[in-house]
Design a protein around this ligand. Structure first.
Ligand code: DAT
Ligand code: MG
Length: 147
């Protein structure tokens, strides 16, 4: 089944939104297979956002994502990469529709609450940056049949 790396950014953790955001993905029908609160190193942050290296906002982005703890998660489900990106909303909260996580909770593009992988390749890379294979817990949920 498809896996993705979702991460509640320091703004979401400090605003007490972890529970609400986890609940959205649970209610959608996705399965949580790993999670932890962590304060990432600069190296980890630069690797995570390597595709943005050289852009004008890169320094600010790394400062922000290392400014406090993040809630790192691995979720799985059919088409979860595209579906979770849709649930997150557009990158800039100005463009994010109401009902999406960024549309409901965020105002500024820098502080947009949540990260989600955008492809199978980036999901694999991002998951490996924060979790060892042993930390991914697979388990049967009988309800999966009706989702
Ligand atoms: P997403 O997080 O939707 O995948 P992205 O990968 O293009 O978006 O950018 C990563 C993060 O960088 C994004 O969540 C917020 C920040 N960012 C993107 N574009 C920005 C900009 N023009 N100015 C400031 N921050 C930006
Ligand atoms: Mg991205």
């Amino acid at each position: 089944m498809e896996k993705t790396y979702l991460m509640i950014k320091p703004d979401g953790v400090q605003r007490g939104l972890v529970g609400k955001i986890v609940q959205r993905f649970e209610e959608k029908g996705f399965q949580l297979i790993a999670s932890k609160l962590l304060h990432m190193s600069r190296e980890q942050a630069e690797y995570h956002y390597a595709e943005h290296k050289g852009k004008p906002f890169f320094g600010e982005l790394v400062d922000f994502i290392t400014s406090g703890p993040v809630f790192a998660m691995v979720w799985q489900g059919d088409n979860i990469i595209a579906l979770s990106r849709a649930m997150m909303g557009k990158t800039n909260p100005m463009d994010a529709a109401p009902g999406t996580i960024r549309g409901d909770y965020a105002v500024h593009v820098g502080n947009n609450i949540i990260h989600g992988s955008d492809s199978v390749e980036s999901a694999e890379r991002e998951i490996a940056n924060f979790f060892s294979p042993q930390e991914l817990i697979t388990y049967e949920i009988p309800l999966q049949k009706v989702i």
